[in-house]
Design a protein around this ligand. Structure first.
Ligand SMILES: Cc1cc2nc3c(=O)[nH]c(=O)nc-3n(C[C@H](O)[C@H](O)[C@H](O)COP(=O)(O)O)c2cc1C
Length: 149
């Protein structure tokens, strides 16, 4: 049986909805937590996290185990920040050795597109599949797009 792992970040619960769905379907799950929590207020989050995502900052993580050697299939979940990958997920991509794995990204955002995030992904893992969900916590029917994973 193929071993499947979801590594993801979630600040406001959309990634957690993805995690619950995939855990039900046999995925092991690692949620990453930043060493320092983002600001509480949305406006301050947009300023700090959005700015840091724009400069592709790798946020230091608490107790992240980057060893994925036991898995054949890896799904990486990230919110879209300022059109890009979130800073905690930048650290995952820096530290985990994904070579030779089947990799799918699940992006969650407030809108449809995230061409800059997709470009970041293609630059690192050219053959990764990318799925994009719009606010899956509020729109749980969109989670069925993950049923093929
Ligand atoms: C700092 C920050 C920046 C964001 N930037 C974008 C963006 O550029 N485009 C977009 O569609 N949504 C953006 N959003 C909305 C989130 O991507 C969206 O709410 C996502 O589902 C959050 O996932 P989470 O609840 O797992 O953290 C942003 C949210 C935050 C906090």
């Amino acid at each position: 049986m193929m071993k499947k792992l979801l590594i993801y970040y979630s600040l406001s619960g959309n990634g957690d909805a993805v995690a619950a769905y995939l855990a039900d379907r046999g995925f092991d799950v690692r949620k990453v937590e930043p060493m320092n929590q983002p600001p509480k207020k949305f406006f301050a989050q947009i300023l700090r996290c959005g700015f840091n995502a724009g400069r592709k900052h790798c946020e230091p993580l608490r107790d992240f185990d980057p060893d994925v050697s036991a898995y054949d299939e890896i799904v990486i979940g990230s919110p879209v920040w300022n059109g890009r990958l979130s800073c905690p997920v930048n650290t995952v991509l820096r530290d985990a050795d994904l070579s030779g794995k089947r990799v799918t990204f699940v992006l969650y955002s407030g809108s449809g597109g995230a061409s800059k995030a997709e470009k970041q992904i293609r630059g690192r893992i050219p053959n990764a599949a990318i799925l994009h969900l719009r606010e899956p916590k509020k729109n749980p029917e969109t989670l069925d797009r993950l049923s093929s994973l």
